[in-house]
Ligand binder design. Structure first.
Ligand code: DON
Length: 360
């Protein structure tokens, strides 16, 4: 009898304690939940970026909106490029987490051309530090065409910056190697690591450009005459020409860009390719000179570091988030792909990706 009384009292106490505990836990969870909501609110990326569906949707809209634009023409100063089917069009996005979104002709291998230039500059930084680029090449924009001889005469550094032809030839000459083959293979394997793929030269494009690149040879000699080239000048021009002829798909190029977006680690393979301290330097050069004489307009419209190539590719980088690639062979007078440019600008504005503010 006495035992039963004890048990009943004891049970009563236990029930009270349990109710109290539940109240305490619930209060904690509710306040933690609202703090979490506040934090995510503050860190919030633009609403449209929140789901992969919206990313896919905006990319599809861009593709459909510009699919039928026929402005510009395939570059013909490299005869082989004029043969590329002009209607090809693809858009690829690879996020800094390695998610891949694509639409259109994203598996067609086109020549990388000038899109290779920032990556070779990155390789030089890896080997010799970023100051080597600043001091031995330069980082000033020109407001002139990518192959301007005039720019090399009015800008004291002569090589100008690593994204115009003269600076890109100088970059190639700085890659540490005993001979041309070693130099080229270093560049190729660096691009392999960046793309997570085995890339190779499109031989017809290489032969076609090598037979018609008198202007780049002039750049080589001007650099040599000014002590601004660091290997045999014609060897550097040849390796540069080969580098420009490397075939890449929009999807592979987007992985290369995503490696920059991800602070130098390829988000698909997980391999660190570029030291994180060099990534902002590369992006800065892309911002001021990635579109040559249209770099100002591009910054104004898209607000993203990017690089174009006469093969029709453009890669834009949203640091910490993603790379957006457009591929379309018709280029304008500045050598920039018309539809790629429009598609990336559209995606940037719809997703509020402009680095200077989304304006939303
Ligand atoms: O040296 C050249 O003229 C070409 N291999 C690369 C030029 C280029 O891609 C200009 N960019 N839009």
């Amino acid at each position: 009898m006495l035992r039963r009384i004890y048990e009943e009292r004891y049970q009563h106490v236990v029930t009270r304690i349990s109710v109290l505990a539940v109240i305490v836990i619930l209060t904690f969870l509710i306040s933690a939940g609202s703090t979490f909501a506040q934090v995510t609110e503050t860190l919030q990326v633009p609403k449209t970026l929140q789901t992969s569906e919206s990313l896919q949707k905006v990319m599809q809209e861009a593709y459909l909106k510009f699919k039928d634009v026929k402005d510009g023409a395939t570059a013909d100063y490299i005869p082989e490029l004029a043969k590329v089917p002009a209607d090809l069009f693809g858009v690829a996005i690879v996020t800094a987490k390695g998610e891949v979104y694509t639409i259109g002709d994203v598996d067609y291998a086109f020549s990388i051309q000038s899109v290779s230039k920032p990556f070779t500059a990155a390789l030089v930084m890896q080997e010799q530090g970023d100051k080597a680029i600043l001091e031995k090449i330069g980082v000033e924009p020109t407001g002139l065409k990518f192959n301007s001889i005039l720019a090399t005469q009015i800008i004291p550094q002569v090589s100008v910056n690593p994204l115009v032809n003269s600076g890109a030839i100088a970059s190639v000459s700085m890659v540490q190697a005993k001979n041309a083959d070693e130099r080229f293979n270093k560049i190729l394997s660096f691009l392999d690591d960046l793309s997570g793929a085995k890339l190779s030269v499109i031989e017809d494009v290489y032969k076609s450009e090598a037979a018609t690149n008198q202007r780049n040879r002039a750049h080589g000699y001007i650099l040599a005459a000014s002590d601004r080239i660091y290997s045999d000048p014609m060897e550097a021009v040849d390796v540069y020409t080969k580098q420009c002829s490397i075939g890449v798909t929009a999807k592979q190029l987007a992985v290369m860009g995503a490696t920059l977006a991800n602070g130098g680690v390829n988000p698909v393979t997980g391999k660190r390719v570029i030291d994180s301290k060099y990534v902002p330097k590369i992006l800065a050069i892309m911002m001021i000179a990635g579109f040559y004489n249209e770099s100002g307009q591009w910054a104004f419209n898209a607000g993203l570091p990017a690089k174009t190539g006469v093969g029709g590719g453009i890669v834009a980088v949203v640091p910490g988030k993603m790379a957006i690639v457009g591929f379309s062979p018709r280029v304008n007078d500045a050598g920039n792909s018309v539809r790629s440019m429009k598609a990336i600008e559209y995606i940037s504005s719809q997703l509020g990706l402009n680095l200077f503010g989304s304006g939303k």
